[in-house]
Design a protein around this ligand. Structure first.
Ligand SMILES: Cc1ncc(COP(=O)(O)O)c(C=O)c1O
Length: 367
């Protein structure tokens, strides 16, 4: 085990030593060697979703939210109208982005343990022809719920509306195929399922949609059309790129491909998730979501029912045993989360369960 704790969080997460070591070299942002890395990263990201023939990958400096805001600002015209089905905090953030950017927005609200319904989307689009785009969070990381992307993509396509997918915590672990799933834009980031460091987001946009976006964006720095045109012309980023992050992301993608791509990464996370669910059940902890709608990415657990339980001391005790938990993000229930992603070391999820079990035993003995 390294001396640093493992991160059981959905990004930043624990990255491999090889990925960390790839940040030890400095790169000139104009240099052909760095430009080649950028080109390789963009091409490989497109290939992961089989999008090379139809889509473009536009990388952007900054965390995932920068990518989401750039996609909404660039793809949705100023007179556009966005439908946001909401079942968690990241959907709500999209709604907030639309409001801040002055894009008209309509929401459909669900409880945090209910997946978005494609039938509801279908009906909303049939009832309101002014809606130009649907913005969907694929895996709502605030709970770990999986929304039915495929059915919603088909509904949006049937009505001729654009689909913007926040695939931040699913890209690379859950299969998304641009040849069969119609979408205008998909957003993810370096520090999630591809297991790079945080600091770079990317938007995979349908070429025909992106070509029409000149002048849409409210912002210079977040204008994906401008970034794309400049990159096409010069092979460079418009403004200073996060060079070390891009180099490390390139190394992380190489390891992702060596591991076996989406199928292998998804299988590893799914195995982690099964071990976690089963182990926590044995420790007497209840998960928040039913198994059928649980994505194998991050799991929300109800707080242990004990009068002395406090998240902060629980967190500190588990951290002292080598693991960093993630707080809950629910409005109603007292919960905490455990990510299934990243490099979890030799012991893997068994080590996590050992640490949580020991801390729970201490808590229960303290009555
Ligand atoms: C589904 C989803 N959307 C958006 C974000 C925001 O990304 P960031 O915190 O990198 O800005 C996250 C972060 O975990 C996420 O899980």
């Amino acid at each position: 085990m390294t001396s640093e704790p493992y991160l059981l969080t959905p990004g930043p997460l624990t990255i491999s030593l090889r990925t960390k070591q790839s940040m030890l070299r400095d790169w000139g942002s104009w240099d052909v060697d760095f430009n080649n890395i950028t080109a390789r990263v963009r091409a490989r990201l497109l290939d992961i979703i089989h999008g090379a023939a139809t889509h473009e990958c536009v990388p952007l400096q900054g965390s995932g939210t920068f990518g989401v805001e750039a996609a909404i600002g660039t793809l949705v015209p100023r007179a556009g109208h966005v439908l946001v089905p909401q079942n968690g905090a990241y959907c709500q953030r999209i709604t907030r982005i639309c409001r801040v950017l002055g894009r008209r927005v309509t929401t459909i609200d669900y409880a945090e343990d209910q997946p978005v319904s494609a039938t509801d989307i279908d009906q909303a689009l049939a009832a309101d022809s002014s809606i130009t785009h649907v913005a969907l969070v694929h895996c709502e990381t605030s709970t770990g719920i999986l929304n039915p992307l495929e059915a919603i993509a088909q509904a949006a396509a049937r009505h001729g509306r654009g689909l913007i997918i926040d695939a931040m915590s699913s890209f690379g672990a859950l299969e998304i195929d641009a040849r069969t799933t119609p979408f205008d834009a998909l957003i993810a980031a370096s520090g999630k399922c591809l297991e790079g460091p945080p600091g770079m987001s990317f938007v995979i946009a349908r070429r025909a949609a992106l070509e029409r976006c000149e002048g849409n964006c409210h912002s210079l720095a977040l204008d994906l059309h401008d970034q794309w045109v400049y990159m096409r012309k010069t092979a460079q980023w418009r403004y200073t790129p996060p060079t070390h992050v891009v180099a490390a992301f390139d190394a992380a993608i190489a390891q992702f491909l060596e591991e076996g791509g989406v199928a292998a990464r998804g299988a590893r996370y799914a195995a982690n998730c099964r071990t976690l669910l089963e182990g926590m059940r044995r420790l007497g902890l209840r998960c928040f979501l039913p198994a059928a709608i649980q994505a194998p990415i991050i799991v929300t657990f109800h707080a242990p029912e004990h009068p002395r339980y406090q998240f902060n001391s629980f967190y500190d005790a588990v951290k002292a045993r080598g693991y960093i938990l993630y707080p809950g993000k629910l409005t109603a229930a007292d919960t905490f989360r455990v990510g299934c992603m990243g490099q979890l070391g030799e012991k893997g999820m068994a080590g996590v369960l050992e640490a949580v079990g020991a801390v729970l035993a201490q808590l229960r003995a303290s009555t």
